[in-house]
Design a protein around this ligand. Structure first.
Ligand SMILES: *[C@@H]1O[C@H](CO)[C@@H](O)[C@H](O)[C@H]1NC(C)=O
Ligand SMILES: *[C@@H]1O[C@H](CO)[C@@H](O)[C@H](O)[C@H]1NC(C)=O
Length: 255
C-alpha cells in the first residue's frame, strides 16, 4: 500500500515536471486577440517609405504581405519580425490567415496592425469574403509571432543612400529569418579586431560616424523571447570600398 502510494506520488510528480515546460512553450506560441485594418490609399503592397527604413524591401518583401505595427514596433526592434494574423469572423475568415513582416509603424482604431491591402484581403476565405472585410475597414484578429522565411536568400546588408565612405555609414539588414530580434550591431576591423557598437538611428537603420577602416566584420546580437542571446558573425566581410546604395550578401542565414 505504502509502496503503491509512493509510486503514484512519484508518477504524478513526473507528470507535473513534464507538463510545466510544455505549457510554457505552448503559451509563448499562443494567439493574442487584437484588431487590424489596412492602408487606406496604398497600392496592394506596403510602402517604400515605412518607418523601419527598409526601402523597397519594406514594400515588396514576402510578396507584399507586410504591415505597420503600433506597440509591436517596439521603437524599431520589431522591424522585420513576422506575425501570423488571422481575422476571427468565421463567416469570412480563413483559419490560417496571413503571415506578414513588420516594415512600418502605425496605429488606427485600437489596432495592432495596419496591413498592406494585399495581406488584409488574404485573411479572407474567398475574394467575395475579402470584399466584405475590406468594407468593414477594421476587423477583430488573433496574432502570434512566427519565424520569417526567405528561401534562397542570405542575410543581406543594404547600405543607406546617405552613407559616405569613409565618414558615415548607415545600413539596414534584409532577409533575417527566424523569430529573433536583432538588438545590437557591431562592426569590427579585420586586422586588429577593434570593434565599434552602432546606434539604432531609427527603425531598422544602424549608423555610425567614423566607421572602422578596412574590410569590416559585422556582428549581430540575436535576442529571443526566452532571453537567449547569441552573436551571429557572417562569413563575408563588408568590403573596404563599400558604396552608398549597394547590397552585400553576408553569406549566412539563420532558421
Ligand atoms: C494617403 O494619401 C495621402 C495624400 O496623398 C498621403 O499623404 C498618405 O501618406 C497616404 N497614406 C498611405 C497610408 O499611403
Ligand atoms: C549564401 O551564402 C553561401 C556562403 O556562405 C553561398 O554559398 C550561397 O550561395 C549563398 N546563397 C545565396 C542564395 O546567395
Amino acid at each position: 500500500m505504502a509502496l503503491k502510494l509512493k509510486l503514484l506520488l512519484s508518477l504524478s510528480a513526473t507528470l507535473f515536471l513534464m507538463q510545466t515546460p510544455a505549457n510554457g512553450a505552448t503559451c509563448s506560441n499562443c494567439f493574442v486577440s487584437s484588431r487590424a485594418s489596412y492602408y487606406p490609399n496604398s497600392t496592394e503592397q506596403g510602402t517604400e517609405t515605412g518607418a523601419c527604413g527598409f526601402g523597397s524591401f519594406g514594400a515588396m518583401i514576402n510578396g507584399g504581405d507586410v504591415s505597420a505595427a503600433s506597440n509591436l514596433y517596439r521603437s524599431g526592434v520589431g522591424c522585420g519580425a513576422c506575425y501570423q494574423v488571422r481575422c476571427t469572423n468565421s463567416k469570412y475568415c480563413s483559419d490560417k490567415g496571413v503571415t506578414v513582416v513588420v516594415t512600418d509603424q502605425g496605429s488606427g482604431d485600437n489596432t495592432d496592425f495596419i496591413l498592406s491591402q494585399r495581406a488584409y484581403g488574404r485573411m479572407a476565405q474567398t475574394s467575395d469574403a475579402a470584399s466584405n472585410i475590406y468594407a468593414l475597414g477594421v476587423v477583430d484578429i488573433e496574432y502570434r509571432r512566427v519565424s520569417c522565411s526567405y528561401p534562397n536568400h542570405n542575410i543581406t546588408i543594404k547600405i543607406d543612400e546617405s552613407s559616405n565612405n569613409p565618414y558615415y555609414l548607415g545600413f539596414v539588414i534584409w532577409y533575417q529569418q527566424g523569430d529573433k530580434d536583432i538588438t545590437a550591431v557591431e562592426l569590427c576591423e579585420t586586422q586588429n579586431y577593434v570593434c565599434k557598437l552602432l546606434d539604432r538611428s531609427y527603425g531598422a537603420v544602424w549608423t555610425t560616424t567614423s566607421p572602422p577602416s578596412g574590410p569590416l566584420s559585422l556582428r549581430m546580437l540575436l535576442s529571443g523571447d526566452d532571453g537567449d542571446e547569441t552573436w551571429l558573425v557572417p562569413v563575408n566581410n563588408i568590403p573596404q570600398d563599400w558604396k552608398a546604395g549597394a547590397t552585400y550578401d553576408t553569406g549566412v542565414q539563420i532558421s
